[in-house]
Design a binder for this molecule. Sequence first.
Ligand code: BGC
Length: 768
Amino acid sequence: MKKTFLLIAALLLSLTGVSADNRVANLATKSRSVQLTADNIDQVMQAMTLEDKVNLLVGVDEEDFVDAVSGKQRELVAGAAGITYALPHLGIPSTLFCDGPAGVHIDSTRNGTSRKFFATGFPVASCLASTWNTELVEEVGKAIGNETLEYGCDIILGPGLNIHRNPLCGRNFEYYSEDPYITGAIGAAMVKGIQSQGVGACPKHYAVNSQETERFSVDEQVSERALREIYLRGFEKMVREAHPWSIMSAYNRVNGVYAQCNKLLLTDILRDDWGFDGIVMTDWIGKRNDLPVEDEIKAGNELMMPGYPVQKTDMLQAVRDGRLPMADIDRSVRRMLEYIVKTPRFKKYQYSENPDRADHTAITRQAGAEGMVLLKNANTLPLSISGNDTIALFGVNSYDFLSGGVGSGCVNVEKVVDMVSGLKAQGIATTPLLTDIYQKYVQYARVKLMIDKNPLMWFLDQGQPKLDEIEISERCIRHEVEHASAAIITIARQAGEGIDRQIDGEFTLTDLEQTMIQRVSDIFHEADKRVIVIINSGSVIETASWRDKVDAILMSWQPGQEGGNAVADILTGKANPSGRLTMTWPVSVYDHWSTRNFPQDYDMYSYQRLQQRHRPIKGITYTKHEEGIYVGYRYFDTYKKQVAYPFGYGLSYTTFAYDRMKVKATDDKIEVSLVVTNTGKMAGKEVVQVYVHAPEGGMDKPEKELRAFAKTRVLQPGEKETVTMQIAKSDLCSWSEDTHGWELAAGEYTFMACKNVNETLCSQKIKL
Ligand code: BGC
């Protein structure tokens, strides 16, 4: 458990006088008369001492875990992220949290058994969102919820709903989009799916945690309007539609106040405006020297995670000194009890530790393939391979495919299907010599990495690290081209919490990668053979400098443990690509307005460049969101800036036409419908995106904003489907900083049915 790494906990334990041994002894002497049920929360609260109440509001150490079924202390599910305190004399069990969001993050090994406890690695969030398929995401949510339940956890810490403010954020792979509407829609589907299994979701990190640099303290200075319209709107949609059991407050400050003690965010907006009725827990921070614990409770943050004894001592003292009213403690305790009675652990659910991973593997393959985005296709895909054809696979990650990211968001999977196995399963061989060279290197590099591991970087040591790329000589490529009908090059990127991405070599390609693309393309094109690039990354990379050199580009993301199979499904045409980007791909990262004030770690190589264009940045205390609401396409589209691939973009192997668009307004909503026809030669799904251009109404407005979307079923060539979408009028409002409220400008609205933000197929205007 993460907490074990924080030595300070052990030192502080002795200060409280409530060690695990003492506590067990004390418990035995307490009354056993009231035991918690779903209906007697008032009674239980009356029977609780102040110490009982305070204990419930602070997470506990592993050794304090009391199992609800046996009533005994025992080791928790190894690798789970956190635990709540048990009060057995009141029938209150500990409950358990495990990390998400791409699957259940637990350890695969446990003391005392040789059995392995693997979880299914689902596609990362950016891939799932790119499916634009809420039903499919709900299915993924059900599978994740089921593994949470069957591995003995009560809450999974996800999904992540922060906005992709900038492509350099290290955790974008854990988040859905730069757009709040699709973030909210996909987030709601995920939460519904998870919670349908009787466990809780914990959407995070509320709010404005769109960078990792100095994440524990940075002050995100954001206008009231951008906060409401961009950073909170996705959370709002998800809370209203899916009613999560819990929410995790972010580490950072928002406009000067830590998110975890921000009453505006945690009470006024979350509870009073949106009707949230679950618990709020902190992100994993412990005591902050500059934040009295009473401020957190008063603001509406119920649970301190991972929880340290000193936080209890502080809380007790604050009550005794009159700084923390009992009413605030009671309100938080009541919410905790309301949560606890819903949990599987309270209901003594006998978990199997054996979820149906075969079934979940099938879901991950489908979702992985459906999230992939075909960026370029010059008459290359789907591959027309005859029995004798062989592919030359370049790039280390063809052989070590990345299932997901690193850090708390990783999943310990049994195996990741690489490209060799994925292609082979569909009858496509890879050239033997090259395959052998790379496979041997991968074996060596994995061992080397284990030896070189830096134990202090615990969060980056979790998950699948990226192995270094190797140089492939011209001679080798010339040998390969003789034996292959086409080349595939995999370019991969790894990222994780705690560190933002560098521009050079992380957002852009390294020299080695550029050379590999150049050499392979030159030599294969000389022989009139095609070159396909697979991007195996959770977030955006630079493409403009090299995309003209190759014939096809598939953004596969980190699509989960079935990676190679899902990629092969797309390459062979078994699945028709229907993923669409949920974030803009800029030509250069400097094109994003937010890059001007997005912090980047000091590094010798890029320091001079940063100095010229940005503030150089370690130890920053704030990030000023100068771009306001002009995040992602709202900026590029409004200011007519060129991009590499626009928001909503993605190719298909077939074509679709839209017609008979209708827009009807009722009192509180607008219904948009249209007919989609598959006009091409292959069966496939289409994503219809509805953007709205709104009248200004005295405000500065983006050119257009995504307000609805729909995904068709698989349409056969010639087949039609009528898609109907509802847009609440409230979703068309903008936040006024004058009235501090939502305003619907009167005037003419244009509803556009688009293939992506830059390509409108039909539109209708109505007056509202
Ligand atoms: C991360 C959270 C995670 C928690 C528990 C934190 O460092 O920011 O996303 O859920 O750790 O592992």
